[in-house]
Design a protein around this ligand. Structure first.
Ligand SMILES: Nc1ncnc2c1ncn2[C@@H]1O[C@H](COP(=O)(O)OS(=O)(=O)O)[C@@H](OP(=O)(O)O)[C@H]1O
Ligand SMILES: Nc1ncnc2c1ncn2[C@@H]1O[C@H](COP(=O)(O)OP(=O)(O)O)[C@@H](O)[C@H]1O
Length: 205
């Protein structure tokens, strides 16, 4: 894969842009970062990420949310839920996230991102402090009870194969920057915990 990428890029040259990431961030009065939400289907990634995005918008921050389901309808519409395609899904999202950071934006990604190696790869693409792993920690029993899209029911009935937590792996984050236990908190409390982190670490003012 790496060899192929090198072959494809060997005749291209990286252009240094005149306006720097730092200048773009300064204009927006914020420190760009990537809030990387990870968790099981139904854990609350989209719900919490949306609530945080709304709070940031209200505060006048420039933020954007890349949501799993939506991105899989467009950019990643060619990918399945095999391990190989999930890895490619996360690789593309990581690269898109990096572009948003270069534009000075606080970007959020809400993908299951089940493999810790891929989350590490996303972190390595960025500079120190730019990657913030947000573990949306909800036990599978609770996700299954919520089942907002009826997918667990289908997976248990064998209608969906390779479903995360059932017959496909989820690597629990071992040292996330932010750990949210949705069972014990309201959506608003979860969102406030994340905004508080951004404030205390001076990503926003
Ligand atoms: N087999 C299988 N396993 C898990 N999820 C499935 C599957 N098939 C479809 N879906 C729906 O796709 C959403 C997950 O897509 P992601 O791009 O976040 O997945 S991954 O990061 O590539 O693992 C996921 O959305 P969320 O519920 O928001 O997590 C599901 O709605
Ligand atoms: N504290 C909470 N945080 C997030 N979601 C919650 C919480 N409590 C209940 N929920 C519900 O759980 C479901 C989570 O669904 P969703 O956000 O689509 O999860 P995911 O994006 O991880 O698949 C929603 O129906 C939401 O209303």
């Amino acid at each position: 894969m790496e060899k192929m990428t090198n072959m494809k890029t060997e005749n291209t040259v990286w252009h240094q842009q005149q306006v720097s990431k730092f200048q773009r961030a300064q204009l927006k009065n914020q420190r760009p970062c990537l809030l990387w939400y990870t968790g099981l289907s139904g854990s609350g990634k989209s719900t919490v990420a949306n609530a945080v995005d709304a709070l940031l918008f209200e505060r006048g921050c420039h933020s954007y949310l890349l949501d799993g389901d939506n991105v899989r309808h467009g950019l990643n519409g060619d990918l399945t839920f095999s391990d190989e395609d999930r890895i490619e899904n996360i690789r593309r999202i990581s690269e898109v996230g990096k572009l948003f950071i270069d534009a000075g934006v606080i970007v959020s990604t809400a993908f299951i991102s089940p493999f810790s190696a891929d989350r590490q790869m996303a972190k390595k693409l960025l500079e120190d402090g730019e990657f913030i792993e947000v573990y949306i920690d909800t036990p599978i029993e609770v996700c299954e009870q919520r089942d907002p899209k009826g997918l667990y029911k289908k997976a248990r009935a064998g209608e969906i194969k390779d479903f995360t937590g059932i017959d496909s792996t989820y690597d629990v984050p071992l040292s996330p920057e932010i750990h949210i236990k949705t069972e014990q908190l309201s959506v608003a409390q979860c969102a406030e915990q994340i905004v508080a982190y951004l404030l205390s670490h001076q990503y926003i003012k």
